[in-house]
Write a protein that binds this ligand. Structure first.
Ligand SMILES: Nc1ncnc2c1ncn2[C@@H]1O[C@H](COP(=O)(O)OP(=O)(O)O)[C@@H](O)[C@H]1O
Ligand SMILES: [Mg+2]
Length: 332
């Protein structure tokens, strides 16, 4: 099989400028050359021929010319409100099979407010929230402080800093305005969940397999740093002390966490692979915070490859499992 890895390449991680000091720019989500290369090598190691195609303005023409048998999609897309859906949409236009979720799911999960409406409709716990658009009055309304403010349509902890956790109306107004100014998009304001935080990798379809769960180990961070998985946290505290995988979970709680993750995967229409971020509320109930149908695949760094290592699959096994799940769906 000829497999084309389709990606957006990171060329530098600028912040979003004056208005967003401390906020990461869009390229934070893009992949490094090393990740693309490792992925291409892992695809080749399965015995397939591996090509690499950048998801730029020439992508449609390049895919049309190359006609791969499968697109291995890790592209976050060019700036836009449904950017993660761009490459799967090109595949749909060209009739090319691709790994992972389709355009509808990718666009849906990128808009955290819409994703939450689908989750609520399916009875999956997710924190109470309000979307605040630029220009509209800012007020906590029915939500109970402390609250958490993040951009509606970003990932990779973009726009998430220690100040995202706000305790009063003044803090809320300040942080909502910062999100508006830095990203030019609505802010999602959620009730803050104070409990343990996990991220759960899923592989396959139907009843997807759940990889060993990762706990973000806030007990290890310096005193005074709030329990929030910021962009700075990911970059500065990247060793095993801050990530417990497999998480020390007693069986009943593990089952509940897995259940919420699988229900999330299914109700949003995810395919082949996804990572779901969950957090416990004050009563210990797991809630879905965030759905990542294009989880990071940086070997040894991103959560999913680390989980695959803990499962004994390794990076190669992870890549093969994603390809196998996609092939099975298309009957290839
Ligand atoms: N409602 C919330 N309550 C508590 N922590 C939150 C909440 N929303 C986000 N966070 C914290 O912010 C981090 C990033 O938020 P998330 O929704 O996962 O965005 P991203 O798409 O950038 O990963 C989470 O991993 C968590 O630590
Ligand atoms: Mg997240």
């Amino acid at each position: 099989m000829r497999v084309a890895v389709v990606y957006n390449l990171r060329r530098g991680v600028a912040s979003v400028g004056e208005a967003g000091a401390g906020f990461a720019g869009l390229e934070a989500e893009y992949d490094t050359f090393d990740t693309v290369d490792a992925l291409r090598a892992a695809v080749a190691a399965t015995g397939d021929e591996a090509l690499a195609v950048e998801a730029d303005l020439d992508c449609l023409g390049n895919l049309r010319r190359l006609r791969p048998d499968m697109v291995f999609n890790i592209a976050e897309g060019l700036p836009g409100e449904s950017r993660e859906a761009q490459v799967p949409m090109l595949c749909e236009m060209l009739g090319l099979p691709h790994t992972g979720s389709g355009p509808l799911t990718l666009a849906l999960c990128l808009d955290k407010g819409v994703a939450k409406r689908v989750l609520r409709d399916a009875g999956v716990p997710t924190p109470a929230a309000v979307v605040m658009a630029p220009g509209a009055p800012v007020a906590g309304g029915p939500l109970r402080f402390p609250l958490f403010v993040k951009p509606l349509r970003e990932g990779s902890s973009m726009g998430v800093t220690p100040e995202s956790l706000v305790r009063d109306e003044a803090g809320l107004a300040r942080q909502v305005r910062r999100v508006h100014a830095a990203y030019g998009e609505p802010a999602l304001v959620e009730e803050f969940l104070p409990g343990r935080e996990f991220t759960v990798g899923l592989l396959g379809n139907g009843e997807p397999a759940v990889l060993p769960v990762t706990e973000i180990a806030y007990g290890e961070v310096p005193a005074g740093y709030p329990p929030v998985y910021t962009y700075g946290f990911k970059r500065e505290w990247d060793d095993a002390r801050f990530y417990h995988c497999p998480a020390p979970l007693e069986p009943a709680l593990l089952a509940r966490v897995q259940r919420v993750a699988r229900d999330t995967f299914r109700c949003l229409g995810c395919r082949d692979v996804a990572r779901v971020d969950l957090r416990l509320d004050a009563e210990g109930t797991p809630h879905c915070l965030d759905v990542n149908p294009l989880p990071g695949l940086a070997p040894g760094f991103s959560d999913l490859p680390r989980q695959a290592d803990a499962a004994g699959l390794g990076y190669g096994g992870l890549v093969r499992a994603i390809l196998d799940a996609a092939r099975a769906r298309y009957g290839i």
